[in-house]
Design a binder for this molecule. Structure first.
Ligand SMILES: *Cc1c(COP(=O)(O)O)cnc(C)c1O
Length: 365
């Protein structure tokens, strides 16, 4: 049996008529940048998350950069985040000119450990970026409380968690600013690059929207140094169709994730733990295994693709050598990066495919 890691083909086949029609409509309108598809998407994203404002932009990376720019984060400032994430989370801190301060993760959820944050806060700290890794939000109440005490901002990197919730509130609407990505393989993906920024703050929302369009408030009047960070209308059209089906897909993801967890219990691998006060959209379904590379090659031989999110903690990346961290500084992150392995996951994974994956794991672990 050959199983796709993320089944974008089945999804396209299912929504093909609607997607083709909407995309063709954009081509015929020749309104390629901004316009009605973009406004419609922003409204439905705001409605979905309950956030007052949703500003779509060019990528998840740019959504994070725009958040930092809107908060005036610059050289001399410090931003706290986790070393166990995709590079973009910390890359944007460096791009804004600020210094990344890493805090180790919690071994149960793989998200930043709130207990370790406070000791890293200095007079230079301007923001905390918790990452809702694999689709599960962090302990946001605890993080928001710490931030409030020190008067600093919280930006949720929800690039993997759009659709998840924490205490019945949607991801991306859990802090001052929420950011997400519509990269094709994310839970809500477009057919290229895309992202969005969410906030309930009118002033920040206006600034983010302006920054994403070259700092331009009126045509050729530039209030800030911004970026070309807009989402194009073709991507908005694809997302508008996918939003119609998204609730159903989130339910499927949850069902498949929970079924994996049940069937992998006592199998010798460690399934992900989802805390009882939140949900995960399982952007990745990631297990921990001692003999990871060995099991991965056996699964691959059986037609089951796997991936590692992420094999090297960010503090050990050459790109961040200037931060002066060394191996051993974040032991949980380092340990998990050696054991973590993602299995095929999508709302279209069938029971047969899932049973085959589980049986193959049990035979080889
Ligand atoms: C995908 C991702 C990003 C970046 O999103 P892009 O749309 O690829 O720029 C940032 N942070 C995390 C945690 C991600 O998974």
């Amino acid at each position: 049996m050959n199983i796709p890691f993320i089944d974008l083909k089945t999804q396209y086949e299912l929504y093909k008529d609607e997607i083709n029609q909407e995309v063709l409509g954009v081509l015929q309108s020749t309104q390629f940048i901004l316009g009605p598809q973009v406004s419609k998407l922003e409204k439905s994203l705001a409605d979905y998350t309950g956030s007052k404002h949703a500003i779509v932009c060019s990528s998840g990376t740019d959504s994070l950069l725009l958040a930092l720019m809107a908060l005036d984060i610059k050289s001399g400032d410090e931003v706290i985040t986790t070393p166990f994430t995709f590079i973009a989370t910390a890359e944007v801190i460096a791009l804004a000119g600020a210094t990344t301060v890493f805090v180790d993760i919690d071994e149960e959820t793989y998200n930043i450990d709130p207990k370790l944050i406070e000791e890293k806060i200095t007079s230079k700290t301007k923001a905390i970026i918790p990452v809702s890794l694999y689709g599960q939000p962090s302990n946001m109440d605890e993080i928001n409380l710490i931030a409030k005490k020190y008067g600093i901002a919280v930006i949720e990197d929800g690039c993997q968690s759009f659709g998840a919730s924490y205490k019945n509130q949607k991801s991306c609407n859990l802090s001052d600013i929420g950011c997400t990505s519509f990269f094709p393989s994310k839970p809500l993906g477009c057919y290229g690059d895309g992202g969005a920024v969410f906030t309930n703050n009118d002033v920040l929302a206006k600034k983010i929207r302006t920054l994403a369009n070259h700092g331009q408030e009126e045509r050729y009047k530039h209030k800030y140094i911004g970026i070309n960070g807009r989402l194009d209308a073709v991507q908005a059209a694809v997302l508008n169709v996918k939003m119609r089906h998204f609730e159903k897909e989130v339910a499927k993801r949850e069902e498949i994730g929970i079924r994996y967890n049940e069937l992998l219990k006592d199998s010798g691998v460690t399934p992900p733990l989802v805390k009882s006060d939140r949900t995960s959209v399982f952007a990745q379904y990631s297990i921990r295994v001692r003999n990871r590379d060995d099991l991965a090659s056996k699964l691959n031989l059986s037609g089951i693709p796997t991936a590692v999110h992420y094999p090297i903690s960010l503090h050990q990346q050459e790109a961040f050598a200037n931060l002066g961290y060394k191996s051993g500084d974040f032991p949980i992150s380092e340990k998990v990066s050696n054991e973590i392995m993602s299995l095929p996951m999508s709302p279209f994974l069938t029971k047969d495919q899932q049973d085959y994956i589980i049986d193959t794991i049990k035979e080889n672990v």
